[in-house]
Design a protein around this ligand. Structure first.
Ligand code: C2O
Length: 357
């Protein structure tokens, strides 16, 4: 049966362990606030969204960056226990990725939203509510996240976006790899060596492998995760149900961005802390964009999402812009246009789409 919303009253400490040396674990409290009002159900009618375009981070104007910074200042200024605060937003990722909750209907198994077909829809919903909260804090329903266009190997997307770099702004995070600040080119595969053109070639190859060759939903999005599926022992280097996009270039950016001198490559390199870096949400906007690219815009397309009812009916909790719990279904996340979200056409996509290894 499909994954259902967990009982938030039963929360455990979240656990995170390194997958490479030095071996270590991190334990922290990622229990989420429980608002007094009962949860609402999402409906397109009740939660009508203004149309908005998520632009590439390296292309936005100074005025846009100022507004974006302001939005995160406001979010960071909220008290930690406010469901809309940056603190709680980051905890949501930790809670559903590091075993703070048990599966409804099978309490012996912890809930995990990575490593399976839940990965793409869960993160789409996560961005959707995060963005709605930023909109409401700014009083601008057309405000949109940016996407970090790390797959662009030609027009300037493949470095850490400048808007996140200056020390001291609300978009800055101190726990990043200081060797990977601009103009260092992103490496979608950790341990790529060689000069810039070798890196670019490897990046194009990885994009081609993880997106173009992933012809089925199973390959691209990941495998079935139902009530009872136990991924307690899955890791970023051993995730047999994980899709190619998640296991490949998506993880690559997490490792590349985090500080490899810190335990578990904090912040971006590990689930418990990844969403403490505002760049996380821009990273995942690109993952989200690539899902649409895969689905609608590859040669021979369109390609089909999973249509198993255990996929379509899986349910999650998020907080809406009024700090109220809202229950959402995977089914309602499958069409970005219904959520009001769109991405511009990126010409440089063609470099990896047509890459011939
Ligand atoms: Cu929830 Cu990019 O990981």
């Amino acid at each position: 049966s499909p994954i259902r919303v967990p009982n938030l009253q039963q929360c455990e400490l979240a656990m995170d362990a390194s997958v490479s040396l030095p071996l270590m674990t991190l334990t922290l409290n990622c229990c989420l606030p429980i608002p007094p009002q009962s949860p609402r159900h999402f409906s397109f009618h009740k939660y009508k969204s203004e149309p908005r375009v998520r632009q590439a981070a390296h292309t936005v104007s100074d005025a846009y960056i100022a507004k974006y910074t302001r939005a995160y200042e406001l979010m960071k200024a909220l008290p930690d226990d406010d469901p809309r605060s940056f603190h709680t937003q980051a905890k949501i990722h930790c809670a559903f990725c590091n075993f703070a909750y048990r599966q409804a209907g099978n309490a012996s198994v912890p809930l995990q939203v990575h490593f399976s077909w839940l990965f793409l829809p869960w993160h789409r919903w996560y961005l959707y509510w995060h963005e709605r909260i930023l909109q409401s804090l700014l009083g601008d329903p057309t405000f949109a996240l940016v996407f970090w266009n790390w797959d662009d190997q030609r027009d300037g997307g493949n470095v850490m976006p400048a808007m996140f770099v200056p020390n001291g702004t609300a978009l800055y995070d101190r726990n990043r790899n200081q060797n990977n600040l601009p103009p260092t080119l992103v490496k979608l595969r950790p341990n790529t060596t060689g000069n810039d053109s070798a890196v670019v070639n490897q990046n194009l190859n990885d994009m081609y492998q993880d997106v173009v060759t992933a012809t089925t939903a199973e390959l691209f999005m990941g495998g079935a995760y139902r009530t009872g599926t136990d991924l307690t022992n899955a890791t970023v280097i051993n995730a047999p149900l994980g899709g190619l996009l998640e296991n490949g270039v998506h993880n690559g950016i997490h490792f590349w961005t985090g500080n490899s001198d810190l335990p578990l490559i904090q912040d971006m390199g590990t689930f418990t802390t990844a969403a403490r870096d505002p760049i996380f949400y821009a990273h995942h906007s690109n993952v989200d964009r690539l899902w649409d690219k895969w689905k609608y815009n590859l040669p021979g397309g369109p390609r089909a999402d999973h249509n198993d009812t255990d996929f379509l009916k899986a349910k999650f909790y998020f907080y809406d812009e009024n700090a109220r719990l809202v229950k959402v279904k995977v089914r309602d996340a499958l069409d970005n246009s219904k959520l009001g979200i769109s991405y511009p056409t990126v010409a440089a996509d063609e470099l990896w789409v047509n890459y011939n290894p």
